[in-house]
Design a protein around this ligand. Structure first.
Ligand code: HEM
Ligand SMILES: [Cu+2]
Length: 656
């Protein structure tokens, strides 16, 4: 009995009422979901239509749903921290608890919120934008999603079972080593990220091949929409950067499980090696998430200014050169390491160089808007507010890149303000803009504009109120990851202001949830398929797009091909006769990605607790799934012409 009690108290996270409350509500939510699904007999539907789907549009929607949930969790973490810091000497969170929260907040926001939101948009938009019927490898795509999903589940489980990681979002050793973190939290970190990271790597490969090989005839590389270009740049960065992460985490795993000494202070190891490696992935990683945001802004600017994007070629050049340059700046994260003036000078200069292509893009967007008839829709407002925000965030980044000055800024609130300015004002605003912009394509109705504008203003005002004071706190000496501070430091007032701003953004998030709920219920169906008067191919088909996307594959002749088609039609030029319908080749659904990823989760869980009786069945399950899949030959089918004709007639209101 006592051993069971002992085991349970170590296995389950126990603690203050706050945690207990959260755990109880997680439990109740799960029971409620199971109940609703059973009551409405939806299990079969869930399995057939969603869990086994290989349709890129549905996979995209599942990514988006998960990332919104993760935004909620990461946001709650953020507000807990801001509450603790609101006043000097606050006793809301303990030091240990604060450490866990900034760690999970950072990991969740970057890896389980920003990345899946981005992958969701890739999935929803890219095939439609290049005139393809799906991604190059639909089965792999589904596997990527489920690996992300189960990896995220494993990571989030540490909240209830075993204990959360607490060594910061990049888990520097020796703190993250066995001696610094003897608990299982760091194991959850390693395996949660490892499993989902392999999914990310596969997504990168999938979209590179899709973009390079599956474009509609006539769409040369220099005729691709800018979001497609930015996706290509981001995915190239993924396939070069993510293997570094995989290896680094693997080495950390070796250190923790087998007493290897890669990153220890003794026996020939060196913790600084980890810090170099993790930033060789970590710096490109921030460009992986920002490049697609640049693509989204480009699409939106030209749509709502009703003009061709200014400087198309320079935009492509800028995207590509940023993706290359991002691999040569990593040491700017530790100028204080002591590698000497020459090394620091190199990394300072490479960092500053990135400002050049970024500036080129800013001017391109401004010139696109110049003399345009701008429509102030919500996506456009996110875009317009992004520009000054990113310029200031970028400038403070250049300040940080001045190596001698960084000895002052390093690990202070100045840094916290800088990276949130580019991550919120750039990445988050970009993905919000993209979500609002492509929402009608996903679901066939627009999001409510009024509520969206409330969310927009709350996020924007909240952002400046929250983060501007932090620059000054940083200059005043307040360091990051500090759970409390003394009254005498004089940091109280600015911290209080900052917390108020944090909550304004929280209210902004509630408005977004309200906006989605309201729109699902009340917004009218968009029957045009082209509610924004768009320019690229995705707007040429009905919304939501039919399973096969394009009844006949379009032929492209211009950069903004759909816009050109509309111009021609307006001028009375008849469309070229549509080619005859042909049976459409489609991939079959499969349950293997879901099951196989679940087995990875089981194995990961076993690794976390060092329980071979989970590891072995888990890995065996993975191997069996691979075997089964390699003997499946019947993986595709054809949609007959009749069915395509019927679907098209129904979607286009009778005129086939
Ligand atoms: C509602 C908006 C947000 C607020 C109020 C907020 C607040 C905070 C706070 C208080 C910290 C801890 C600072 C410290 O004690 O060192 C932090 C850290 C961090 N945040 Fe946020 N955050 C927000 C959104 C985001 C977003 C959108 C991202 C990424 C896409 C992000 C990424 C990070 C990262 C990577 C860290 C560092 C964690 C670490 O030190 O290991 N945050 N944030
Ligand atoms: Cu960096």
């Amino acid at each position: 009995m006592d051993t069971i009690k002992q085991f349970a108290s170590e296995f389950f996270v126990t603690g203050d009422p706050l945690i207990l409350g959260a755990q109880v509500s997680i439990g109740l939510t799960m029971v409620a979901i199971v109940f609703v699904l059973s009551y409405f007999r939806k299990w079969g539907w869930l399995w057939r239509e969603w869990l086994t789907t290989v349709d890129h549009k549905r996979i995209g929607i599942m990514y988006v749903i998960c990332s919104i949930l993760m935004l909620f969790r990461g946001g709650v973490d953020a507000l807990l921290m801001r509450t603790q810091l609101a006043l000097p000497g606050m006793e809301f969170l303990h030091a240990d608890h604060y450490n866990q929260i900034f760690t999970t907040h950072g990991v969740i926001m970057i890896l389980f919120m920003a990345m899946p939101l981005m992958f969701g948009l890739f999935n929803i938009v890219i095939p439609l934008q290049i005139g393809a019927r799906d991604v190059a490898f639909p089965f792999l795509n589904s596997l990527s999603f489920w690996l992300f999903f189960w990896g995220a589940m494993l990571f989030n489980m540490s909240f209830v079972i075993g204990g959360s990681p607490d060594a910061g979002w990049l888990a520097y050793p020796p703190l993250s080593g066995l001696e610094g973190s003897p608990g299982v939290g760091q194991n959850f970190y390693i395996w949660g990220i490892q499993i989902s990271g392999i999914g990310s790597l596969m997504t990168g490969i999938n979209f590179i091949v899709t973009i390079l090989k599956m474009r509609a005839p006539g769409m040369g590389l220099m005729k691709m929409p800018m979001f497609t270009w930015s996706t290509l740049a981001s995915c190239l960065t993924i396939i070069l950067a993510f293997p570094i992460l995989t290896i680094t985490l693997f080495l950390l795993f070796m250190d923790r499980y087998f007493g290897a000494h890669f990153f220890t202070l003794d026996a020939g190891g060196n913790p600084m090696m980890y810090i170099n490696l993790i930033w060789m992935w970590g710096h490109p990683e921030v460009y992986i998430v920002i490049l697609p945001a640049f693509g989204i802004f480009s699409e939106i600017v030209s749509t709502f200014a009703k003009k061709t994007l200014f400087g198309y070629k320079s935009m492509v050049f800028a995207l590509m050169s940023i993706s290359i340059a991002s691999f040569f700046t990593w040491a700017h994260h530790f100028f204080t390491m002591g590698s000497g003036a020459n090394v620091n000078a190199f990394f300072a200069v490479t960092t500053m160089i990135i400002a050049i292509p970024t500036g080129v893009k800013i001017f391109n967007w401004l010139f696109t808007m110049y003399r345009g008839r701008i429509k102030f829709t919500t996506p456009m407002m996110w875009t317009i507010s992004f520009i000054p925000c990113f310029v200031v965030g970028g400038m403070t980044g250049v300040m940080l890149s001045v190596a001698p000055a960084d000895f002052q800024f390093h690990n202070s609130y100045f840094l916290i303000a800088h990276f949130h300015q580019v991550l919120i004002g750039g990445v988050a605003f970009g993905f919000f803009a993209g979500l609002t912009y492509w929402w009608p394509k996903m679901f066939g109705f627009k999001l409510h504009e009024g509520l969206g504008k409330w969310a927009f203003w709350l996020w924007n005002i909240g952002f400046y109120v929250c983060f501007m004071p932090q620059y000054f706190l940083g200059l005043d000496g307040m360091t990051r990851r500090m759970y409390t501070y003394d009254f005498d430091m004089g940091w109280g007032p600015l911290n209080l202001v900052s917390t108020v701003g944090g909550f304004l953004m929280g209210i902004g998030f509630l408005f977004q949830v309200w906006q989605i709920a309201h729109s699902i219920k009340f917004m009218q169906k968009d029957t045009t398929g082209d509610p924004w008067d768009g320019r690229t191919l995705e707007w040429s088909i009905p919304s939501p797009a039919p399973l096969y996307n394009f009844a006949t594959v379009p032929t492209v002749s211009e950069t903004d091909d759909w816009w050109a088609t509309k111009q021609r039609r307006a001028a009375g030029v008849p469309d070229a006769p549509a080619p005859a319908l042909e049976p459409i080749h489609m991939p079959k659904h499969s349950g293997i990605p879901f099951v196989m990823s679940f087995f990875w989760f089981v194995a990961g869980f076993g690794f976390v607790f060092d329980w071979l009786h989970f590891v072995i069945p888990g890995l065996a399950g993975v191997a069996i799934c691979m075997l089964v899949r390699s003997f499946q030959y019947d993986t595709d089918y054809y949609i007959p012409v009749d069915e395509v004709r019927r679907t098209e007639a129904a979607l286009r209101g009778g005129k086939a």
